[in-house]
Ligand binder design. Structure first.
Ligand code: RIB
Length: 293
């Protein structure tokens, strides 16, 4: 089976329930705190593995506080051979979760920002032509990892989230699959847009890439190099939107790697993401393939 290397973040998510997001200068009390395993990288590895794909997670946690995140990956069937322990703290996220399930997130990179070129080389040397590399934007050395993966003939999947100016310094032309929301697509294209028109701008800019444009409650659009496919969401009562996008990414790529056609992979991803938003937490909200069936 095609191998997948996900080089990505692992975070401890401190999720506070609030009735509104805290404003500048305001002190807000929350009477509910949950601590969940998270990080876009970890969430996507869990989703990839739960889709049935074989995935290795490379990344880093701190030397005193990250064991439970490694255990979560192992429990989900993710290989952790190239996970490193670094001095200092594991990455974490402070998440405010509102009553409608929406959130806002403050990130502390910690060990995720201590990825070195040496760590990257050690993981990448185990993968080659046709294997997949999955990346988000929460670790250091992403540009280098993309260069080296491209040299090895790997297929590169990029979810440029959270968006920041560093994204534009990466060799984006090596990307085989983008998974972007509208804000990310606008920032990458350098101009405003929405829906089909925005997707076409991305496709013009990256003619070799396949692109998923997620549209929140309006579902998603997918450019496969020939045509645009549309995918709706499966409506559910929203409890927590954290990791919905990560679940979609993991199941879509995992589905493709296992031989599903594009429409079936999109549908599987939409179902998985709907289940994830219907329950609390990040990685803990991601369903199994059996549950989706
Ligand atoms: O995509 C959701 C994730 O973003 C959370 O788990 C949090 O850790 C942040 O990385």
């Amino acid at each position: 089976m095609t191998k997948i290397l996900n080089f990505g973040s692992l975070n401890i998510d401190y999720t506070y329930s609030v009735d509104h997001f805290v404003r500048g200068g305001e002190t807000l009390s929350s009477d509910e705190l949950h601590i969940y395993p998270g990080g876009k990288g970890l969430n996507q590895s869990v989703a990839l593995s739960k889709s049935g794909a074989e995935v290795w997670h490379a990344g880093a946690v701190g030397d005193g506080d990250g064991d439970f995140l490694v255990d979560i990956l192992k429990e989900a069937g993710v290989h952790t051979d190239w996970l490193c322990y670094t001095e200092g703290k594991t990455g974490h996220a402070i998440i405010q979760r509102a009553a409608d399930g929406g959130n806002c997130i403050l990130l502390y990179g910690g060990a995720n920002q201590k990825i070195t070129r040496d760590m990257a080389d050690k993981a990448l040397e185990n993968f080659g032509e046709g294997d997949y590399l999955v990346l988000q934007n929460e670790i250091s050395e992403i540009g280098y990892i993309m260069e080296k993966a491209h040299e090895r003939g790997m297929k590169i999947v990029l979810n440029p989230s959270p968006m920041n100016e560093k994204i534009l310094t990466y060799p984006l032309e090596y990307t085989d699959y983008f998974l972007v929301n509208e804000v990310e697509a606008e920032d990458i294209c350098g101009e405003p847009g929405e829906g089909d028109a925005l997707l076409e701008k991305m496709a013009d800019r990256f003619p070799g890439a396949k692109i998923v444009l997620t549209l929140g409650s309006k579902g998603s659009l997918y450019w496969n190099g020939r045509e645009i496919l549309e995918q709706s969401i499966y409506p559910v009562k929203t409890v927590d939107t954290t990791a919905a996008g990560d679940t979609f990414t993991g199941f879509f790529i995992g589905g493709l790697v296992q031989g599903l056609d594009e429409r079936a992979a999109l549908d599987l991803a939409a179902k998985a993401a709907s289940i994830a938003v219907s329950r609390p937490g990040a990685a803990s909200s991601i369903p199994s393939r059996e549950e989706i069936n």
